[in-house]
Each structure stands twice: as structure tokens, then as C-alpha cells.
Design a protein around this ligand. Structure first.
Ligand code: URA
Length: 235
């Protein structure tokens, strides 16, 4: 693939912008500056650098972000910053999107990708992808609340009772809750319907992929092939 086309595909701008980057000697491949925008490279597995920052060619990108509190999963946030502000410009320019959404005050695992079918599979209500949350509640959690969450609670605008796929008490006010639906404020509404209230919510796992403990709040990572294979088993 021509270097200019390759850069365009990775979010480095228009044809003219990519030609200019190369012409200005700001792009290197295999450690050597390449000033020929028409030079051909095999893209699969290629590493290149722009202004000294190393990138790898990806046909599609898949990322995991540890979302901090106080960020909205929207390109046009209303009251807080956008999670997209945590990502470098080339990823934004190639149209990366969140796979589902978390509330602004929810923290933890958020997947992002520019692979439309992947996003669709992961957000499809028919797929029943398990999502695991750690919940801190306002009131102590009793057995009746755990039973209600497992047996199903009634939520406004849901035709059927909504139940957790798993619910484990971790402490007096702490739960590990697995749900397969994706609905607005789902966990908060479920806890309210069970007679309690969410004080803090963190997503720790999606489709068998756990939030890496080394990934600090606000940091993101590329997903590698084994991690994607794990997700693909579910999607
Ligand atoms: N359930 C909620 O209530 N909020 C989230 O952000 C995710 C699940």
C-alpha cells in the first residue's frame, strides 16, 4: 500500500495532509525517515512513526479504556468532558466509537472500535453479552435484595422482569452483578427496584474480558489478538 494511503487509512488526515507529513520528513518506517509518499509497504503488522510516536497499522482498531468518573460517552457532551478527549487525534479521525455507553459517573471498562459490525454485535440486545459490574450501595444489601436481583425486578418501560445473570455479595454494601441487557441506567434502576441505591458503579468485565488491573483510570490500551478472540467467542 502507498505510504500516503496507509497514513490516511490510519487517521492522519486528508491526502494532502498525509503527503505534507511525509514531505516534511515527519514519517519513518522501520527506523528510517521516508520522504516518498508513493513508497509501497505491506501494511499488515507494519510499525511506523509520525513525529517520533510509534504506531502500528491496524485495519480496524479495538481499544479498552478505563473510563474515569466525570466523562460522558458522547462526541457532543452536555455537562462533562467527553471520553473521546482521552484518545489521540488519529483514532478520532478514523471514526472510533464507544461500544455501548456508561453513565458519566460510572467508571471502568469501555470498549471502543471503528469496526461497525463488531460494535453492532456487541450492542445487539439479542447477543446477551455478559457485563460485570462492581456496585457500592447506599444501604446494606440483604438476602431479599440479592434474591430479587436474581429472580427479576420490574422496571418501568420493560415488558418483562429483568434479572441479573449473577449476583454475589462482596461486602456489606458491595455487590458483583452480571447483566446481559444493555439499557439506560440499567444497574441503577435494578438496584432501586430491589430497594437499595447505587452509590458507585464500576464495570469490570465484558464478554469474559476483564479490565486489566494495570490500566489506570483514563488510560487506554490496544486489544491484541488473544483478547479479541475471547471477545469474538461471545460476539
Ligand atoms: N448501568 C447503569 O446504571 N449505569 C451504567 O453506566 C451502566 C450500567
Amino acid at each position: 500500500m502507498e505510504l500516503e494511503r496507509l497514513l490516511r487509512s490510519q487517521g492522519f488526515g486528508s491526502r494532502a495532509e498525509c503527503r505534507a507529513l511525509v514531505g516534511e520528513g515527519r514519517v519513518s518506517v522501520g527506523g528510517e525517515v521516508c520522504e516518498d509518499a508513493s513508497a509501497q509497504f505491506e501494511p499488515e503488522g507494519l510499525s511506523f512513526a509520525v513525529d517520533g510516536r510509534v504506531w502500528r497499522y491496524w485495519r480496524f482498531v479495538y481499544l479498552a479504556l478505563n473510563k474515569p468518573a466525570g466523562y460522558e460517552c458522547s462526541q457532543q457532551p452536555q455537562h462533562h468532558r467527553s471520553v473521546y478527549s482521552l484518545l489521540p487525534l488519529p483514532l478520532l479521525k478514523r471514526g472510533i466509537q464507544t461500544v455501548g455507553r456508561l453513565d458519566q459517573d460510572t467508571t471502568g471498562l469501555l470498549l471502543l472500535s471503528d469496526d461497525g459490525p463488531f460494535i453492532h454485535r456487541y450492542t445487539s440486545p439479542r447477543k446477551l453479552i455478559p457485563k460485570v459490574y462492581e456496585v457500592v450501595t447506599r444501604h446494606p444489601i440483604d438476602d431479599a435484595q440479592v434474591a430479587a436481583l436474581l429472580n427479576g425486578v420490574e422496571l418501568r418501560e420493560e415488558a418483562r422482569m429483568v434479572s441479573a445473570a449473577a449476583c454475589v455479595r462482596l461486602g456489606e454494601r458491595q455487590l458483583r452483578l452480571t447483566v446481559t441487557l444493555g439499557r439506560y441506567h440499567l444497574v441503577k434502576r435494578m438496584l432501586a427496584a430491589a430497594g437499595n441505591r447505587v452509590e458507585a458503579l464500576q464495570r469490570v468485565e465484558i464478554g469474559g474480558f476483564a479490565l486489566p488491573t494495570a490500566l489506570a483510570a483514563g488510560q487506554w490500551m490496544w486489544l491484541d489478538l488473544p483478547q479479541l478472540a475471547l471477545l469474538a467467542q461471545r460476539g
